[in-house]
Design a protein around this ligand. Structure first.
Ligand code: AP5
Length: 220
């Protein structure tokens, strides 16, 4: 299966991508994570991306697509994947189509996560990401015994630089201006399903699985 997850910052794309990847036995590929790995390694791509990311803007389409296309050529993506955060402009959607055509592949579904802005701001203000296992969690969900420790592996939690209030506001505006038009683009092609992404993580997982596996997900 080839699935795209679209949603505003904090909608839970990364959280659900991890869970769904396990259910569907396909890799979750996050362009945000790929960029952050480049930034951490100090590569030329990372240096270029960092300026855009810290301001809450988008890295240019061609640069982002080239990086994603490289990742999609890896062996584990041969039989499917979940794309978390790519494409996010109509131009990226067109470029993804070219990449898919080169692999004789098509998308199965595009899922758009809907969450009210107030919830997004609350989620991002409290988000802490584990430096070891990468799990995103809310600050209050961290282990009570060791404040600041990951609930999954005990690793140290970090706050993302782009989760500062002003940067979050810019990311939300960028989503409205540059990514929302992509929803109509996919809707016109019959690929879009909107998912109510409020409620608990488990509730959202159930709705998301129902959208991609309508016949089997009720028992999950
Ligand atoms: P990226 O890392 O993709 O950031 P984003 O799209 O802004 O999304 P987030 O990672 O902030 O949120 P999420 O939807 O994954 O939510 P999460 O699951 O973490 O991209 C970062 C930057 O890279 C971009 O700004 C851009 O500069 C660049 N970039 C990336 N892709 C690009 C592209 N295609 N083109 C150009 N540039 C690109 O959840 C958030 C919090 O909420 C967590 O704390 C989590 O625990 C909590 N949570 C999750 N689900 C629930 C729930 N159901 N209830 C309560 N809390 C929940």
């Amino acid at each position: 299966m080839r699935i795209v997850l679209i949603g505003p910052p904090g909608a839970g794309k990364g959280t659900q991508a991890r869970v769904l990847a396990e259910h569907l036995s396909i890799p979750a590929i996050s362009t945000g994570d790929l960029f952050r790995a480049h930034v951490e390694r100090g590569t030329p791509l990372g240096r270029q991306a960092r300026t855009y990311m810290n301001a809450g803007g988008l890295v240019p389409d061609e640069v982002t697509t080239a990086m994603t296309a490289d990742r999609l050529r890896e062996a584990d993506a041969a039989s499917g994947y979940l794309l978390d955060g790519f494409p996010r402009t109509v131009r990226q959607g067109e470029l993804l189509d070219e990449v898919l055509a080169a692999h004789n592949a098509t998308l199965d579904r595009v899922l758009a996560f809907d969450v009210p802005d107030d919830d997004l701001v609350r989620r991002l203000a409290g988000r802490r990401t584990c430096g070891d296992c990468g799990l995103a969690q809310h600050a209050t969900a961290a282990s009570g015994d060791e404040p600041g420790a990951c609930q999954q592996c005990g690793g140290a939690l970090q706050r993302r630089k782009d989760d500062q209030e002003e940067t979050v506001r810019n990311r939300l505006a960028v989503y409205t201006e540059q990514t929302e038009p992509l929803l109509d683009w996919y809707k016109a092609r019959g690929l879009l399903t909107r998912v109510n992404a409020t409620g608990s993580v488990d509730e959202v997982t159930r709705r998301t699985l129902a959208a991609v596996l309508p016949s089997t997900s009720r028992s999950v």
